[in-house]
Design a protein around this ligand. Structure first.
Ligand SMILES: [Zn+2]
Length: 198
């Protein structure tokens, strides 16, 4: 019996065509999921980095050893490179936004002077941010976290206000909502200030 290959199930789930596949290098029908030790040379913003991955999930020809990289393999290498360079992983960027008052990708892009499409690609893992962008994001997230709770609430209310302004139908409706919000803004701020002191 052949030894079971790790990750076979997860890879096979996304590739309905059953293994083994035909190898484009040697022609034998012997390509199947495998876990290999691999060193990749990856370009990142003008420099080439050697990235070692101890357990890379690939497809491998058991006859000639040819490797076939899947999207998973590329993502794994990208994660290893980010780790090696000390860059935020995609989910850390998303989490950073969440902790920074749930700001949108647009707001983050604006704060660090990047295009929103670029921020979106960092968060899906399609593109790795530059060191400079990474620093800018960390700085921005840190400033957000340092703000006192009351200032963050105030900011949140401000964003609610602009939301109201952009979505309400009539002027009377706008005015009423804004009044209510402004009253609540001070009330909320005071409440939080007291809560923090206690
Ligand atoms: Zn082969």
């Amino acid at each position: 019996m052949k030894p079971a290959l790790r990750n076979e199930t997860s890879l096979a789930k996304r590739h309905p065509r059953p293994f083994p596949w035909r190898c484009s290098a040697c022609g034998k029908v012997d390509v199947a999921p495998a876990v290999v030790r691999y060193t990749a040379n990856v370009r990142h913003h003008g420099r080439t980095h050697k990235v070692r991955v101890a357990d890379l999930c690939v497809l491998k020809c058991r006859a000639c050893g040819a490797l076939v990289f899947q999207n998973d393999s590329h993502q794994q290498i990208a994660r290893a490179l980010r780790r090696q360079l000390g860059l935020l992983q995609p989910e850390e960027i998303r989490e950073g936004r969440r902790q920074a008052n749930d700001i949108t990708q647009e707001q983050l892009a604006q704060a660090i002077d990047a295009a929103v499409a670029t921020v979106s690609r960092w968060e899906t893992g399609a593109v790795i941010q530059s060191r400079r962008a990474d620093k800018a994001m960390r700085r921005f997230f840190a400033t957000q976290a340092e703000q006192p709770l009351s200032a963050r609430v105030s900011q949140l209310v401000e964003s609610l206000v602009s939301d109201v302004l952009s979505k309400s139908r009539s002027d009377t409706e706008k005015e009423a909502l804004l009044k209510a919000l402004c009253a609540r803004k001070k009330e909320l701020g005071d409440m939080l200030a007291t809560a923090v002191r206690e």
